[in-house]
Design a protein around this ligand. Structure first.
Ligand code: HEM
Length: 482
């Protein structure tokens, strides 16, 4: 009987809410899956099994089970499922984020970590950040002068679009085929397609019919065509050499192409470059802007923390017109504010889905090959077993522990962890720190007339990256002490 029990345990699937035929648990997912899954996990536990359409799915929702997935059994489950949305945008999974785990991906990620996301390159794009932040300060100063509200959600997005576009292509998007609005729309649509519900992802044999009927397929294809034309224009421009300045990401990738860099099964081609550029655009723009917007939202809701972070920055910086990267190293409270923001508002609340490659067990439950795996980082940030008073915004909680956000502490995982960890942690963090520090240093912030602190909401908008649903409007007041 002992053997029998052991075998039974060995085959156990994790607890699971009851499901309907065909759709399985899809009806329980809702518009904001991380929230629905958080609620379900309270009932079914930190390892939970769902059938999403035809796809067996496991969701883990505690720091301990996240560690099992991302660290202990990383090598068993660090592949990605072949999702329909990302397929075309990634030129058949030639990118870093959606490519399956194989030799090609390993080499590509290694090269990109070395060349694209290195500390050296982050420092080399600092002049671009200086320039874009200065533009932002000037435009906010103008609103301060006129006493009109600033749409901070929009401003932060403008900042990250400006920096990413310059660093990647060497030009601002005004100089491309896409004017301001079209660039914006294209990025937004691509985001949507990467995160959107696609019937084909849950019903592999026929879901495409639904996508075709709903028009999703057509819109996706037109978005891919526009982006492709944009990349081509960028290649032409770089070939003609009619741009000045330092080596940008396109220069670098074209150089790797010319050097006939071999990746896994073949040479780096234009399609590989386009797929990598897609990751840089998608990864670089939304995540940092979303973080800055949430940070300002939480600081406005918590005036005590706002006062403290502004005093720290102003005492530290003194009278300077520009904050440098070295100054930022000293801003300990600001760093805690950002970590606290990531705890409550991780831009990728479910990370990017993984796929089990070889069987393993968590808490005695069997993870079968081909199972889709989600880590609910959003839920972990709210877990009372991991955090005291989880619902409170309290940057001080990081004072007496060494918890950082770089994937070593499984209660705080804004960048994921393990082999699939975000390769641009330093690039993303410095962008957020720099943008926020400047906005907090140069301005005091007030609510628009008639609004009180309790009116500031934290509603979320759905997608692969979860942002603040209602835009954050605040009235700036120039800090005149310098
Ligand atoms: C605040 C900023 C950022 C946050 C919070 C963030 C978050 C994340 C998360 C959660 C993942 C998935 C990790 C996983 O599945 O375990 C990821 C992956 C990725 N990120 Fe970031 N990211 C940020 C900035 C950036 C930037 C600036 C870039 C590029 C310029 C970038 C490029 C990527 C890429 C290529 C991957 C795929 C890695 C892989 O699958 O191996 N990210 N990021």
């Amino acid at each position: 009987t002992f053997n029998h029990k052991k075998r039974w345990q060995h085959q156990r699937t994790p607890p699971s809410p009851s499901r309907f035929p065909i759709i399985g648990n899809l009806h329980q997912i809702g518009e904001l899956p991380h929230q629905s899954l958080w609620r379900l996990s309270k009932k079914y536990g930190p390892v939970m099994f769902l059938k999403l359409g035809r796809v067996p799915t496991v969701v883990v929702s505690s720091s301990e089970t996240a560690k099992q997935v991302l660290k202990i059994y990383d090598l068993h489950c660090c592949s990605r499922p072949s999702l329909v949305g990302p397929r075309k945008l990634s030129y058949n999974y030639l990118d870093i984020a959606f490519a399956p785990f194989d030799d090609y991906w390993k080499e590509l990620k290694r090269i990109c970590v070395q060349e694209l996301f290195s500390a050296k390159r982050v420092h080399s794009i600092q002049p671009i950040k200086d320039e874009e932040v200065k533009k932002l300060i000037d435009s906010v100063t103008e609103s301060a002068f006129r006493k009109t509200p600033v749409n901070l959600s929009e401003k932060f997005l403008g900042l990250t679009v400006g920096v990413t576009c310059k660093a990647t292509f060497g030009v601002s998007f005004h100089a491309t085929v896409l004017n301001n609005d079209r660039f914006d729309k294209l990025i937004r649509e691509s985001f949507l397609f990467l995160g959107s519900f696609s019937a084909s992802d849950y019903f592999p044999n026929g879901g495409w019919i639904i996508d075709w009927l709903t028009g999703l397929q057509g819109r996706r294809e037109s978005s891919v065509r526009d982006l492709d034309a944009f990349y081509e224009q960028m290649f032409d421009m770089h070939k003609q050499g009619n741009k000045e300045g330092v080596e940008d990401f396109v220069d670098l990738l074209l150089r790797l192409e010319k050097e006939e860099t071999v990746l896994g099964y073949g040479k780096l081609t234009r399609n590989h470059i386009k797929a990598i550029l897609m990751n840089v655009l998608i990864g670089g723009i939304g995540t940092s802007a979303i973080t800055m917007t949430w940070a300002m939202t939480e600081l406005m809701r918590n005036p005590r923390a706002m006062k403290k972070v502004q005093s720290e920055i102003r005492n530290q910086i003194g009278n300077k017109s520009m904050i440098s990267l070295d100054d930022i190293d000293q801003l300990h409270y600001l760093k805690m504010v950002i970590k606290e923001t990531w705890r409550l508002h991780p831009p990728g609340p479910l990370l990017v889905p993984r796929e089990v490659m070889s069987e393993f067990e968590i808490n005695g439950y069997r993870m079968q090959t081909k199972t889709r795996l989600y880590v609910n980082v959003w839920a972990i940030g709210r877990d009372p077993d991991a955090w005291k008073d989880p619902e409170m915004f309290l940057p001080e909680r990081f004072l007496d522990n060494n918890i950082d956000a770089k994937g070593q502490n499984f209660e705080l995982l804004p960048f994921g962890s393990g082999r699939r960890i975000c390769p641009a942690i330093y690039m993303g963090t410095t962008m957020v720190e720099f943008g926020l520090a400047n906005m907090l240093y140069h301005f005091n912030w007030n609510l628009p007339e008639g609004m009180v602190v309790e009116d500031i909401d934290i509603e979320e908008s759905p997608g692969l990256n979860v942002s603040k649903k209602n835009e954050l409007l605040l009235v700036p007041l120039k800090y005149l002490d310098h």
